[in-house]
Design a binder for this molecule. Structure first.
Ligand SMILES: CCCCCCCC/C=C\C=C\CC(=O)SCCNC(=O)CCNC(=O)[C@H](O)C(C)(C)COP(=O)(O)OP(=O)(O)OC[C@H]1O[C@@H](n2cnc3c(N)ncnc32)[C@H](O)[C@@H]1OP(=O)(O)O
Length: 528
C-alpha cells in the first residue's frame, strides 16, 4: 500500500497489489503504517483509502491461504480503523470483496462508483468472512439481508448496495475525487455514530424463526457444504453476544472452517477453474498427429435411443458389442430395434453385392434371469429383494436370491466373500482416479485440474471435495498406489485396477500437489 499526502489536510492510502489488490501481509502492513503516519501527522484531518488500477480490493490473497490463517489478524486492523480518531473514507472502484469489503466496513464512510460490486464471497472458498464481516454487516444492514448475502456469497452492484445501506454515496465520476470532497464536508461530524462495532444489531421479534429458516434453506440449497451453515452460526453470535464476544466466536468458527478439508478443496477449485480457461490441449493431443488405437470390444450401458445407436455403430464396424439394459421392457424393445436395424443393413448390403458378416452383439443375461423368474422389482413386490407388497418400498433379503446366487456361483466357479464399504469406495474411486492418471500420461487431458473441473461441472462430483485428482492428493498418492496394487493382485482380471505408470512415477516423489504433477512426471506420451 502507498501513502500520499494530499492537499486540504488529507492523506491517501492506496492498495497496490496487481492484478486485484489482494490483501497480502505486505498490503496489510502498508495499510497499518499509513494509518500510523496519518495519525502522528497533526496536519492530516482525514484519510481516503482506495485501490490502484481501478480496483478497490478483491479480498485476501487466496494463494497465501495455505501459508497462514487469513482473516484473523486483519480483524484487528478493521477494528483499529473503526476506532480511529480521524475520519476514514473508502473510495471504491471495481470490486470490494471479502476482506476488501471488511476493510471498507471498518471505514467510517463508503463511496463507490456506480459500476462497482461489493460482497462477501467467502463461502465459495469454504470459509466465512472472518475479519469482522459476520459481526459488522448485520449491524449495518440487519440480519435478513446479511444472511442472504453471506450464505450465498452473492456480490451486489453499487445501486443495490446503496439501497441496502452498505454504501453511503454512489457516483458516476472518480470515487477518489468524490471522497476527497466528501471528507472535507464531514470533518466536523462526530465519528461515534459511524463506528459499527459500537452499534447493536437491529432486533426483530421473529429472530429465532429467521435463523431456523436460514438453516433449513442452506441445508437444502447447499447440501454437504459446511461454510454456509457455519456462517449462520457466526451471525447468530452477532445477535446474541456483545461485539467483544461475537468476534471471538467468529474467529473460532472461521478457524474451524479453515482447518476443514472443504476450504482447501474449494480454494483449489478457484484456481483450477481459472487455469483451465487458459489451458490449451497438450501439444501431443492433436488430431493431425494421432493414430487410431485398436478396439477389440465395446460395452454399452443402457439401450435407450442413444445406446441403441451407439451399439449399432460399433456392430456395423464389426466390433463385438456387449450391451447392458436393466429394464426388461426397454431390453425387449432394444433387441427388436437393433435386430431389425441390422437386418435392414444386411439386406441393403446384399442388394449392393457386398459381403455381410453377422455382427456379435451380446446382451447381459443377469437381469433377464431374474425377470424370467417373474421378479420385476418393486412393481411385482420382488426382484433382488422381497418387498412388503407390489409397489411397496420396504425391502428385506430374499432366501430365493441366496439360492439363485449360490447356483450362479457354482455355474461360474465363483467364490463368495464379504466386501467392506471401504473396499467398494476404494475400488470405485481409485480405478476412476487411475484412469485419470492414465489419460494424463497419454496427454489426452492437459492437467489434473481439467479432469477435476470436468467431474465437478459434468458429473456431480461435490465441489467441496475438489474433484477426483485433488481427492487422490488428499488421500496421498502412495496410498492410492498401494491400494490399487493390492486390489489388482486380488483381481487380475480387472485391468482398471492395474496402477498406471504415471501414478507410479508421481508416487515415487511422495505426495506432490497436483500443480507439480506434470513437471515431475515429464512430458506425456501420445495415445490420441
Ligand atoms: C501471510 C498472508 C497474510 C495476509 C493477510 C490477509 C488478510 C486477510 C483478511 C481477510 C480475509 C478475508 C477472506 C477473503 O477475502 S477470501 C477472498 C474473497 N475474494 C474472492 O473470493 C474474490 C475472488 N476473485 C474474483 O471473484 C474475481 O477474480 C474478481 C476479483 C471479481 C475479478 O474477476 P475477473 O476480472 O474476471 O478476473 P479473474 O477472475 O481472471 O482474476 C484475475 C486474476 O486475479 C486473481 N485473483 C482474483 N482474486 C484473487 C484473490 N482474492 N487472491 C488471489 N488472486 C486473485 C485470479 O486468480 C486471476 O489470476 P491469474 O490472472 O493469475 O489467473
Amino acid at each position: 500500500a502507498e501513502y500520499l499526502r494530499l492537499p486540504h489536510s488529507l492523506a491517501l492510502i492506496r492498495l497496490r497489489n496487481p492484478p486485484v489488490n489482494a490483501l497480502s501481509l505486505a498490503v496489510v502492513n502498508g495499510i497499518r503504517e499509513g494509518l500510523q503516519k496519518a495519525m502522528s501527522d497533526h496536519t492530516i484531518k482525514a484519510i481516503v483509502v482506495c485501490g490502484a488500477n481501478d480496483k478497490f480490493c478483491a479480498g485476501a490473497d487466496i494463494s497465501s491461504f495455505s501459508r497462514s490463517s487469513p482473516g484473523i489478524s486483519f480483524g484487528v486492523v478493521v477494528d483499529e480503523i473503526q476506532r480511529y480518531e480521524k475520519p476514514v473514507v473508502a473510495a471504491i472502484r471495481g470490486v470490494a470483496l471479502g476482506g476488501g469489503l471488511e476493510l471498507a466496513l471498518g471505514c467510517h464512510y463508503r463511496i463507490a462508483h456506480a459500476e462497482a460490486r461489493v460482497g462477501l464471497p467467502e463461502v465459495a472458498l469454504g470459509i466465512l468472512p472472518g475479519a469482522r464481516g459476520t459481526q459488522l454487516l448485520p449491524r449495518l444492514i440487519g440480519v435478513p439481508m446479511s444472511l442472504d448475502l453471506i450464505t450465498s456469497g452473492r456480490p451486489v452492484g453499487a445501486d443495490e448496495a446503496l439501497k441496502l445501506g452498505i454504501l453511503d454515496v454512489v457516483i458516476n465520476s472518480d470515487p477518489v475525487e468524490e471522497a476527497v470532497k466528501f471528507s472535507q464536508e464531514i470533518l466536523d461530524k462526530p465519528l461515534e455514530p459511524r463506528r459499527l462495532l459500537n452499534k447493536s444489531v437491529p432486533s426483530l421479534p421473529n429472530m429465532d424463526s429467521i435463523f431456523s429458516e436460514a438453516f433449513a434453506k442452506v441445508q437444502k440449497q447447499y447440501p454437504g457444504f459446511l461454510a454456509p451453515e457455519t456462517s449462520i452460526q457466526a451471525l447468530q453470535a452477532a445477535v446474541n453476544l456483545p461485539y467483544k464476544l461475537g468476534i471471538k466466536e467468529e474467529e473460532k468458527l472461521a478457524l474451524y472452517l479453515q482447518k476443514s478439508g472443504q476450504a482447501r478443496a474449494l480454494q483449489y477449485v478457484f484456481f483450477a477453474e481459472s487455469s483451465v480457461h487458459k489451458q490449451s490441449p497438450p501439444s501431443v493431443a492433436s488430431w493431425q498427429t494421432a493414430s487410431p488405437q485398436p478396439i477389440s470390444s465395446v460395452g454399452v450401458l443402457g439401450l435407450g435411443t442413444m445406446g441403441r445407436g451407439i451399439a449399432m455403430c460399433f456392430a456395423k464396424a464389426g466390433i463385438p458389442v456387449v450391451a447392458v439394459e436393466s429394464d426388461p421392457k426397454q431390453l425387449e424393445i432394444a433387441k427388436k430395434a437393433v435386430t431389425s436395424m441390422l437386418e435392414r443393413e444386411a439386406s441393403k448390403m446384399q442388394q449392393s453385392g457386398r459381403a455381410w458378416t453377422k455382427p456379435t452383439l451380446t446382451f447381459s443375461s443377469s437381469a433377464d434371469m431374474l425377470c424370467e423368474s417373474g421378479r420385476f422389482g418393486q412393481k411385482t413386490g420382488k426382484g433382488w429383494y422381497q418387498y412388503d407388497k407390489p409397489l411397496g418400498r420396504v425391502h428385506r433379503p430374499d432366501p430365493w436370491l441366496s439360492e439363485f446366487l449360490s447356483q450362479y456361483r457354482e455355474t461360474h466357479h465363483l467364490e463368495s466373500r464379504s466386501i467392506s464399504q471401504e473396499e467398494i469406495l476404494e475400488r470405485c474411486l481409485y480405478s476412476l482416479i487411475n484412469e485419470g492418471f492414465r489419460i494424463l500420461g497419454e496427454g489426452i487431458a492437459a492437467s489434473p485440474e481439467q479432469i477435476d473441473i470436468i467431474y465437478l461441472s459434468g458429473y456431480g462430483w461435490p465441489r467441496y471435495r475438489g474433484g477426483p485428482m485433488f481427492y487422490a492428493a488428499t488421500v496421498g498418492l502412495p496410498v492410492v498406489l498401494e491400494k490399487l496394487q493390492k486390489y489388482y493382485t486380488q483381481n487380475p482380471d480387472v485391468p482398471q485396477l492395474e496402477p498406471s505408470d504415471y501414478l507410479k512415477k508421481l508416487a515415487a516423489h511422495g505426495n506432490p500437489p497436483p500443480k507439480d504433477w506434470q513437471s515431475l512426471a515429464g512430458p506425456p506420451g501420445s495415445k490420441l
